[in-house]
Design a protein around this ligand. Structure first.
Ligand SMILES: Nc1ncnc2c1ncn2[C@@H]1O[C@H](COP(=O)(O)OP(=O)(O)OP(=O)(O)O)[C@@H](O)[C@H]1O
Ligand SMILES: [Mg+2]
Length: 265
């Protein structure tokens, strides 16, 4: 097991341990020897200026990009992930900004897309089991503690927050989910909808999942995160417990690229 990385980390074994993670594009170093851990049942926010390397970092953890250098260890086992389905096998799912929903499908069609449930009419003729998919969809929303949207509506008619909920419900269908990664889930949302997503993240924490969330909105970060990690120019400035830092100190970390003196001491 690699030694704990980053200040503010815990003494428990990490769920995922990242060491020396590096990604270069030609001569440009997008991620430079990043060490970082995420612990079980922890919400970590990843922040940093535009171009700091946040999306590059999560793409390597979610199997979208191959690291140039470095290791990823999950529950003590080194892993190589060359596709998002490799990450899924490790219990890592990523909710991308576009959510990968089909606008003209309804809620349950989106949730079960590619893994539709079937039944046999008269024990012979295969047919889609709409009733069971509907029942399971309602159960998923109940599990998330959310109001079930109108299941007959196409998802393009839902609010941004409801669409996020559909995206998450779809990922929860994968029963092995351990870490959910979200890249700017509140970016295009209004106040009320962002609140719904904050609630969703808190609910995932209650359910025992870990969440790694990228956000530019520091108010949201302070609402949801147990720990906040800062990237600057491709390097990990550090990670601090939310309780150990205030808003202004976090801004200085993002802009100045240094740990706050009272935390670093
Ligand atoms: N495919 C690529 N080819 C070349 N350079 C890239 C590529 N993808 C990202 N970069 C560069 O790597 C750096 C980090 O980009 P990244 O998208 O990870 O930043 P980010 O922190 O997610 O920024 P933002 O907050 O704007 O989304 C940037 O300088 C970017 O221009
Ligand atoms: Mg990005």
């Amino acid at each position: 097991m690699p030694a704990p990385a980053a200040l503010g980390a815990e003494t428990r074994d990490p769920m995922i341990a990242i060491r020396g993670l590096t990604k270069t594009y030609g001569g440009h170093i997008a991620n430079n020897a990043i060490d970082f851990d995420v612990f079980p049942n922890e919400i970590v926010a990843l922040v940093g200026d535009n171009g700091a390397g946040k999306s590059t970092f999560i793409k390597m953890i979610s199997g979208v990009l191959r690291p140039t250098l470095g290791t990823i260890t999950i529950n003590g086992q080194p892993v190589e992930m060359s596709s998002p389905s490799d990450a899924t096998k490790q219990g890592i799912e990523t909710l991308h900004q576009n959510l990968a929903l089909v606008d003209v499908f309804n809620v349950q069609e989106n949730i079960f897309m590619g893994r539709e449930l079937q039944r046999r009419i008269g024990g012979v003729i295969p047919s889609l089991d709409h009733a069971e998919m509907r029942r399971r969809t309602i159960a998923l929303f109940e599990e998330l503690g959310l109001k079930t949207p109108d299941l007959n509506k196409m998802v393009r008619a839902l609010s941004g927050g409801q669409r996020q909920a559909v995206g998450i419900a779809r990922l929860l269908l994968e029963s092995d989910l351990k870490l959910l990664i979200m890249d700017e889930p509140m970016a295009a949302l209004g106040v009320e909808e962002s609140r719904l997503v904050v609630e969703l993240i808190m609910r995932l924490k209650e359910k025992g999942y870990s969440v790694l969330i990228i956000s530019h909105n520091l108010d949201h970060v302070f609402q949801v995160a147990d720990r906040i990690a800062v990237l600057k120019n491709g390097r990990m400035v550090g990670a601090v417990r939310r309780a150990d830092i205030d808003h202004d100190e976090l801004v200085s970390m993002i802009v100045g690229g240094k740990m706050p003196s009272r935390v670093a001491a």
